[in-house]
Design a binder for this molecule. Structure first.
Ligand SMILES: [Zn+2]
Length: 66
């Protein structure tokens, strides 16, 4: 016989995300404050340059072909 462990009020925390900072309202609407990180541009063999953009508010990153 093992011990019966009870978990009272066990809630599912699946869709729970932490908000890093306030001011992410615009980001949610798709208006990110993109900043081009010039230190992290990559030259692709195909002759394309990938620019990494990072949002200074929410920290979202996006790569774009230049
Ligand atoms: Zn953002």
């Amino acid at each position: 016989m093992g011990e019966v462990l009870g978990f009272p009020g066990s809630t599912a925390r699946k869709a729970q995300r932490k908000k890093k900072r306030e001011g992410g309202t615009l980001c949610r609407q798709g208006f990110h404050a993109w900043e081009v990180d010039k230190n992290r541009t990559f030259d692709v063999k195909q002759g394309k340059l990938i620019t990494l953009r990072r949002c200074r508010r929410c920290g979202a990153e996006e790569t774009a072909l230049t």
